[in-house]
Write a protein that binds this ligand. Structure first.
Ligand SMILES: [Zn+2]
Length: 400
């Protein structure tokens, strides 16, 4: 798409370097000429925009002005058809002409391209759900103060230039744009006014942090860091999470907690619980009703009884204390005490190690009446490697 990738990357000879620079400058000049002609603005103003740090490609190749212009002519949906142009600022088949200010119009369009690049695109078979109109507002929120206004048409234009899936819902100025709806929701919570900030980051747009950093660097006039590489969409194995989300819709307490948990993951209310212990950690934060906690224990017991991948539960460490002691004749040693939350959160699990020569006692116990009834230490584990299993699950396993 451009010669940018080859500039300054390879330890080539001076001749190669200068020819790369020469090719790159020619690209910029051709783009500036095309943009000036297309928008009816001055060449020098267009060239200034082509050389702005903001337009050199923050999450990928430098977006080329000639490519952007050609999209309006050739794109299968929003390109020119027999009746003329099919896109302008107000949206799809709006018939007002584009408005260009001749100063920042190209930079702003490129910033919308970069904003859309941060998301995971929808894949074949996945229906785009996000309205271009909603996205344009999110783009404005996110790109402030670098760009204050984004028109619906420019949002669609940028999406078309990136090859994102675009769907005409019929009779609307808006199109549906093929980027992850969950990731958009996350960004909306992050940047929208009056929104509660996301507390789980499973749907953070993959390019978000790099783009935020790059925008700040551009604004400060500093050098950019290395190129961003879109992460491969490797699904991290989280068997407990997968099992729990598969229980959605069950007409019992386990179904209820599965519904709540899955909705919370989807809306970035909390992180994914890849283990039952992580589910208990999430529950500490929301102070569940007793029946909700009971449902969580029932879900965990069922998972442990049915899944070969289930491991005993560890809970959150609260404090760690170690102090040296003089010892009794055989020399000094130390005593370590670790306090963990108990599963219900109202008591604790205490792990103690007396490392004094001649004593060397190691012990772990539950200091919570309720959890002593409901949980057992899994058999066969060393004190430091303790883990809990639900008493009802253990009972069922023994009975079975
Ligand atoms: Zn407890």
């Amino acid at each position: 798409m451009s010669g940018l990738a080859s500039v300054g990357c390879e330890p080539g000879t001076e001749i190669e370097m200068s020819s790369n620079n020469h090719a790159y400058n020619r690209e910029l000049q051709q783009d500036a000429r095309s943009w000036a002609a297309f928008t009816g603005s001055k060449y020098t103003a267009a060239l200034r925009q082509m050389t702005s740090p903001f337009t050199q490609g923050l999450l990928g190749d430098r977006p080329s002005a000639r490519h952007l212009i050609s999209v309006l002519d050739q794109h299968p949906l929003v390109g020119t058809d027999d009746d003329g142009p099919s896109l302008s600022d107000n949206g799809f088949y709006a018939d007002d002409p584009w408005r260009f200010n001749g100063q920042t119009d190209f930079v702003e369009l490129v910033l919308v391209v970069e904003m859309l690049r941060m998301f995971t695109p929808t894949v074949a078979g996945q229906e785009p759900e996000l309205s271009s109109y909603k996205l344009k507002h999110t783009a404005e929120q996110f790109l402030r103060p670098h760009c204050d206004y984004v028109s619906n048409g420019r949002l669609i234009w940028a999406a078309a230039a990136l090859g994102l899936d675009l769907v005409d819902r019929g009779g609307s100025l808006n199109l549906s744009v093929g980027v992850s709806e969950r990731e958009h929701h996350y960004l909306r919570r992050l940047t929208g006014s009056g929104q509660e900030r996301p507390r789980g980051h499973q749907f953070r747009p993959p390019g978000l942090l790099h783009l935020q950093d790059a925008l700040a660097r551009c604004a400060a006039g500093g050098p950019l860091t290395g190129a961003w590489v879109r992460p491969a969409s490797a699904q991290v194995g989280a068997p407990f999470h997968d099992w729990l989300t598969a229980q959605v819709g069950r007409p019992d307490p386990v179904g209820d907690i599965a519904n709540d948990y899955t909705a919370g993951v989807r809306d970035s209310d909390h992180p994914i619980a890849s283990t039952p212990g992580e589910l208990l950690s999430l529950l500490y934060d929301v102070e569940p009703s007793p029946s909700f906690y009971d449902a969580a224990v029932a879900a965990i017991a069922e998972w442990m009884a049915t899944s070969p991948e289930a491991a005993p539960i560890r809970t959150d460490l609260v404090t760690r204390d170690a102090h040296e002691v003089a010892g009794w004749g055989a020399g000094p040693g130390d005593i370590e005490v670790y306090r963990y939350r108990c599963p219900c959160g109202f008591g604790e699990i205490v792990e103690e190690h007396d490392n004094t020569p001649g004593f060397r006692e190691h012990d772990v116990h539950i200091r919570c009446d309720r959890c002593r009834e409901e949980w057992l230490f899994a058999a066969g584990l060393p004190v430091r490697g303790w883990g809990l299993v639900p008493a009802i699950g253990a009972g069922r396993a023994q009975a079975g």
